[in-house]
Design a protein around this ligand. Sequence first.
Ligand code: NAD
Ligand code: UD1
Length: 330
Amino acid sequence: MNILVTGGAGYIGSHTCVALLEAGHTVIVADNLCNSRVEVVDKIKQLTKKEVIFYQIDVTDIAAVSTIFSNHSIDGVIHFAGLKAVGESVEKPLAYYYNNLVSTMILAEACQNYGVRRFVLSSSATVYGDNTVPFVETMNLLPTTNPYGETKAMSERILNDIAKANPAFSVSLLRYFNPVGAHESGLIGEVPNGIPNNLMPYVTQVAKRKLEKLRIFGNEYPTVDGTGVRDYIHVMDLAEGHVAALDNLTEGVHIYNLGSGNGTSVIELVKAFEEANGIEIPYEIVERRPGDIASCYADASKADRELGWSAKRDVISMCRDSWRFENNKE
Ligand code: NAD
Ligand code: UD1
């Protein structure tokens, strides 16, 4: 199939391009490079030895999006392009609502205009809010604590309504848990902007001695050791989940958790990183981070049942591959 991958130069998008190309699909990337670099597209080609068609465009630009749809016979869209920094979304809500919602609407409209029936959305486990773990797709969603999370919940609702009105439209809403790791080659991975907010990129920078020590946000949560529990998923497993979602997409709206189904605490992740890479990670316990929840992990059985997909790579591989990329990146 010819797949339009918006945000394909970004972290999850680039790994998904590799998985798509390896599965025999043709990939057209649309990215404005606001949080990525064009060199990533060359790395995807280098890794797969396949061509990638690249458009440097903003997917909120209706004319630019239409040009892509008229230039190519597109079979499906995977929509990764978006802004994703939770803290920044509180400071710049309009930029987040505009970018993340207008892009979804413009792409959905282009799909209608050009008869494209497959649409896969990057959603997030954040839409569950502070629910009871494990999170199951059938749960009622709770409010998120920030505009970023709201853009994901709203994008899901928009696509739901469009699919209701257009029964031939097939939509997959993929709720990611915590993507970490990098391609096993060390050629592509996550490049955070400035000081990282998320745990794994922070840990790799402490390991690199770019940052002095990890600050663990609270150790009195009701969890195994008092630190926050999350469901870390290797980005290549996540990428392969997209291929499975696309290959199995049928009419209507389908929601899938893409997680490992396992909860790992902050201290367990630190220990796994130390074991995987033989490097000590100094840390101190500090105040809780506002907006954090104690535990978040998936019931990942629906994706296994319906898509034949489950996460294969363990936390040790995630730590090893994150560290390899940290050492390889320019
Ligand atoms: P990323 O920032 O690495 O990738 C997003 C890409 O989209 C970037 O290359 C950026 O340049 C591009 N982009 C942003 N706005 C654009 C626009 N208007 N037009 C064209 N390109 C645009 O982020 P990521 O981690 O790869 O996340 C991909 C998607 O998955 C996002 O929608 C994000 O919200 C969602 N998600 C990410 C996580 C995570 O932890 N990384 C978790 C859940 C959901
Ligand atoms: C964060 C976002 C969430 C987003 C997700 C994936 C917030 C409040 N939430 O979630 O909306 O969907 O990323 O991108 O930003 N931790 C530390 N020290 C650190 C960093 C993190 O102790 O320096 C802890 C956190 O308290 C948490 C765990 O590590 O318990 C994971 O944190 P993080 O990687 O930021 O992911 P989430 O909190 O799950």
